[in-house]
Structure formats: structure tokens, C-alpha cells
Design a protein around this ligand. Sequence first.
Ligand code: HEC
Ligand code: HEC
Length: 356
Amino acid sequence: MKIILFLALIVSSYGYAQSGHDHASESSPKDNQHSDMHGHGSGHHGMGNKDGMMMHGGHHQLDSATLKHFFEPLPASIIDEKKNAALIALGKKLYLDPRLSINDTISCNSCHQLNNFGVDSQPTSPGHDGTRGGRNSPTTFNAALHIAQFWDGRAKDVEEQALGPILNPIEMGMPSKEAVVNKLKRIDEYKVLFADAFKDEKDPIQYKNIGKAIGAFERTLLTPSRFDDYLRGDEKALNDTEKRGLTKFVHMGCANCHNGVAIGGNSFKKIGLVESYETKDLGRYEVTSLEIDKKVFKVPSLRNITQTGPYFHDGSVATLEQAIEEMAEHQLGREVGPGFINDVKAFLGALTSKSR
Ligand code: HEC
Ligand code: HEC
């Protein structure tokens, strides 16, 4: 099915480039190795349905079947916020609390700032003692939608993920689960909050419950955008440049990997699929030890992407323009110019939260 989709995209992007429209010269195919993807783990559904692949030559607007094919609007909610109100409130408090770190200096919010689109805007982040890790802090916004957590997918969900940084020696640096639990048990407020959130449990302050609470809070961090309105049928939600950018994004093949409800986050792919990419980070290989997983990373969600730079797993790409250009080159073997980059960047701007 994937191959069919690829062929359709290749055909469509050639047709597109030759359609005599105003951007025919912006992209030039360099090679054709697009079909050697190893898209294991893709959680996406419905790809490769030929009905959805009706392409419109150089027209600027994709038909709704194609849109539905690649994208899905954000659900209103993925957790019952009323029923879980106490759990979510506890999770938010823990997320913001520097006391979860060894020297009371950093919280989840230090690296994933709620008032800054869930990021710290740095290439890599300083931990409790100032030491930086090798990877960029991804946003916590919409992260609960991903197939797995971290750049390499080593945690299965946000509940499991949240337990990692607290004990990570270069992040929050707590020495053990017991040390975290004992520390929280000495704080009266938490006795009340945990008892409220875990009503049936005799001894609610437990390490795994910290993850449950923070995860529940993170499940509320969904950020509806104008693109969601557009997907639901509001034609005016995007302007002409954004619509053109969307068409280019799909026709070029970006949506082959960045698709679904999070416009990414639902598969693992190699960085440098077509043109090799220089990085020391072996990505998913460190989790699976499979040769085929070298330099494979979770495809990032592009929601709020204009706000969450610097980019890539190591934060080495400073601007969105450069990220788009590098993606076209390394993932698709295509050279793109300012026309493509500006239109696609405009489209990506329509993925920014309307409310935050
Ligand atoms: C010192 C900075 C720092 C702190 C503190 C921190 N994180 Fe992170 N976070 C990161 C980095 C860096 C990554 C990516 C690491 C990787 O992929 O190997 C990450 C990854 C994540 C992810 C995965 C997102 C995705 O798209 O895969 C989530 C969710 C997350 N952190 C939530 C939290 C929570 C909850 C806390 C508090 C318990 C926390 N973080 C504390 C830096 C931090
Ligand atoms: C073959 C799959 C694939 C294709 C095709 C692809 N990407 Fe990506 N994209 C990825 C992966 C994997 C990453 C993470 C790379 C890394 O950090 O090492 C990524 C990262 C990005 C980022 C940076 C995200 C962040 O949070 O740092 C942007 C922006 C982006 N892609 C846009 C695009 C655009 C625009 C296109 C089309 C020109 C495109 N991508 C095509 C897989 C793909």
C-alpha cells in the first residue's frame, strides 16, 4: 500500500511541476529512491487508498478526500476532564513543582514551558546542575497523541515517560523512586491531593501514581488550530498562501511521514532517508539494537512547529526555513527554493494553537 502511495505522490509531484503553474521551477527531482522506506510501526490508517489520491495538477486546493486521507482534526478531548479533575489538578501541580528535582531547582516546566508552547527554545536543555543532554526538548503539547514518547520512542505513553526525567541524573536528578515518594510524603498538600486523586488506594503517594497524574494532565494539552477548522470544512480558516503551502506539503511528499491527527508523531523514520544526514545519535537503534533502526527517529508532530524551534533531535537547526529545506533534501532528495519554503512555512503557521 505504501508503495502505491509513493508512486502516486511521485506522479503527482511531477505532474504538479509540469503543470505550468507559477512554481514549476521551485523543485527539481534529484533522484527516485523514495520507495525504500521502512515504515515499520506506522500507526496511520487508510494510507494508500487510491480514491484519496485524486490530484489536481497545479490547482492550489486539495479535495476533501485527499485531505481526509492524510489528516485528521484534533478530537475535542482525549480524557474525561470532569471525571479526572482531581487527578489532572495533581498532575499539573507536579508538572510545575521544582521539588521533584534533587535541589528544588527544576520542574518539567523548566524544559517544557506551558507558557511557551511546551518547549524551552534551546537546542538542548540544562538539567538540575546545568549539564545538558544531547537531545532537544520536544514539546509536551499534543505529545499524548503520539505512538510512543521520546525521539526514539523508548517510553510507551506519557504516563510512563513522566517517570524518566525525575530520576535522570542530568535532568531532575532524584536518586531513587523511594526518595521521591518520601519527599512528597513530607509535603502536607500532596497528602491531600494524592488522596483526592486516588480515592480507592490506601497508600496513594506511590511513584507510579506520579506518572499517572502527570500523564493525565498532559492529556489535556491539546492545541486546536485553524487547520482543524479547515479540516472540519471551514474553507476560510486558511488563507490562499496557507492553502498553497498545504498543497505543496502534500504533493512534495512531506505528508507521507507528517500525517494523521498530530501531523506526525505516528511513525518512526530514518533521518537521511534519501540523502544521508550527519549525526552521531543512532536514535531508535539504541532501543531496538536493530541495524535498520540506525538514525531512525519518531517523526515529530508539526503542530505549533513555528513556535518550537530550534529543530531536529539535537536542536542543531535554528530556523524553520532551514528545517524545511533540509527535510526536502534529506528525506525526499529534492531541492526547494524560497517559493516552496515560504508557502509551506505559512501552512505550518496554521498549525499553531488558537488559544495559547
Ligand atoms: C532538563 C530538561 C527536561 C526536564 C526537566 C524534563 N524534560 Fe521532558 N524531555 C526533555 C528532553 C531533552 C526530551 C527528549 C529526550 C529524548 O528523546 O531522548 C524530553 C522528552 C519528553 C517527552 C516526550 C515528547 C515527545 O514528543 O516524544 C515528554 C512527554 C516529556 N519530556 C515530559 C516531561 C515531564 C512530564 C517532565 C517532568 C516529570 C519532564 N519532561 C522533565 C527535557 C526535559
Ligand atoms: C521519510 C519521512 C519524512 C519526510 C518525507 C519528511 N519528514 Fe520531516 N521529519 C522526519 C523525521 C524523522 C524528523 C526528525 C528528524 C530528526 O530530528 O533527526 C523530521 C523533522 C521535521 C521537522 C523538524 C521538527 C522538529 O520538531 O524539530 C520539520 C519542520 C519537518 N520535518 C518538516 C518536513 C517537511 C516540510 C517535509 C517535506 C519537505 C518533511 N518534513 C518530510 C521525517 C520526514
